[in-house]
Design a protein around this ligand. Structure first.
Ligand SMILES: [Zn+2]
Length: 371
């Protein structure tokens, strides 16, 4: 008899997910099956599901029915015949970023630049996404999922499944900070420091030894909670409370910042980015990870003269996520401040609808526990 598992599948746009029994998947030779212990319910999921038809045409969603759930952590329950470096019982985070493995970008090790790049359990970045969805149809909102062995991040014992399920947002910030050369002696401005992405950037910047972290946000009380994480290294600036560039220089020995991490979300005004960009010193680097939808007016002449770089950064590589996991395992990256709100899989519809408590900014981690 085939073993079955509980999964939440979306059959119809605008309708609740359907809880149903599906066969437990069997791994192909280079895949594993993961028993999902924690899956992040990302802030954007409800919006994506509600606007399925109007979603970006260049970011294809999976054909329905589909199992969603972007960031999953759990225990390996089965391995394919050609799996070598992990075994049943290993604790892992599954990097949901799927790539074709054979195009020129993939062969260079630049998976995120693959034309087929696809988030398992979420959406794709190109027209070939459905092939990836067909190959890996299980998101984290199910008791089991399949994943390629090369997408696994081994979790150190000190990292919980709930913390592991936050790795998508944390890893996005980690990759951005790495691309910008963040470390000791550098000053980082985080635009939107109290949100899910921004707070992750703050924690990782602390872990990477960044000397000064200057953050912006809208909620003054929340900003004080962020500053309290490391009062000697973090300063916070409420949006609308005077000129940001002048404030940064006031808090950075009269100099501009080395790095801007723009973590404000799609709905933020373009001025949020241009104000942050203006805080950079000559040679500074701005990295966007928030995905602002408004189009900022850029002064390319002054950016050229000051050698300002602007980088769009998507997600992270599995190797970056593994490095970050080790950072969390050693304690250099402190994830103990995350506040987990957990619920079982059979409450996913209520959770997406009205069941989630008020969010304490980026501190809150909404986690579904399928098993
Ligand atoms: Zn590829």
């Amino acid at each position: 008899m085939t073993a079955t598992m509980l999964a939440a599948r979306l059959h119809d746009i605008g309708k609740p997910m359907v809880l149903e029994e599906l066969p437990v998947p069997v791994p192909r030779p280079t895949d594993v099956v993961v028993n999902v212990k924690a899956c992040n319910v990302v802030p954007n999921l409800k919006n994506v599901l509600a606007t399925y038809a109007e979603w970006f045409p260049y970011l294809p969603l999976p054909e329905l029915p589909a199992i969603f759930g972007l960031d999953a952590a759990g225990v390996i329950s089965a391995v394919g015949s050609h799996v070598t470096d992990v075994k049943v019982g290993d604790r892992v985070y599954v990097n949901p970023g799927l790539s074709c493995g054979s195009c020129s970008a993939c062969r260079r090790g630049e998976d995120q630049n693959c034309d087929s790049y696809t988030f398992m359990g979420y959406f794709a970045f190109g027209p070939n996404g459905q092939r990836q969805f067909d190959a890996y149809p299980y998101g984290g909102l199910a008791e089991y999922l399949t994943a390629p062995q090369r997408n696994l991040v081994k979790l150190p014992d000190a990292v919980t499944f709930e913390q592991g399920a936050r790795f998508g947002y944390l890893g996005t910030a980690y990759s951005a900070l790495r691309k910008a050369g963040a470390g000791p002696g550098r000053t980082v401005v985080i635009d939107g420091i109290s949100g899910t992405l921004g707070l992750g950037a703050c924690l990782i910047a602390l872990g990477l030894g960044v000397s000064r972290i200057l953050g912006t946000g809208r909620n003054a009380a929340l900003l004080q909670d962020v500053k309290a994480l490391a009062p000697d290294r973090i300063d916070v600036h409420a949006v609308g409370d005077g000129d940001l560039a002048a404030w940064v220089r006031d808090h950075n020995n009269g100099e501009g910042a080395d790095i801007v991490i723009d973590a404000v979300g799609p709905g933020a005004p373009a001025e949020s980015f241009t104000d942050a960009l203006a805080t950079l010193r000559r040679g500074g680097i701005a990295v966007d990870i928030g995905g602002m939808m408004e189009r900022p007016a850029l002064d390319l002449f002054s950016m050229m003269c000051s050698q300002i770089s602007l980088v769009g950064s998507l997600w992270f590589s599995t190797s970056e996520a593994q490095d970050m996991a080790e950072m969390a395992g050693s304690g250099a990256l402190d994830l103990s401040i995350l506040e987990h709100h957990t619920f079982p899989l059979d409450q996913i519809n209520e959770a997406l609808d009205t069941g989630l408590p008020a969010r304490h900014g980026g501190f809150t981690n909404f986690i579904c526990q399928p098993s």
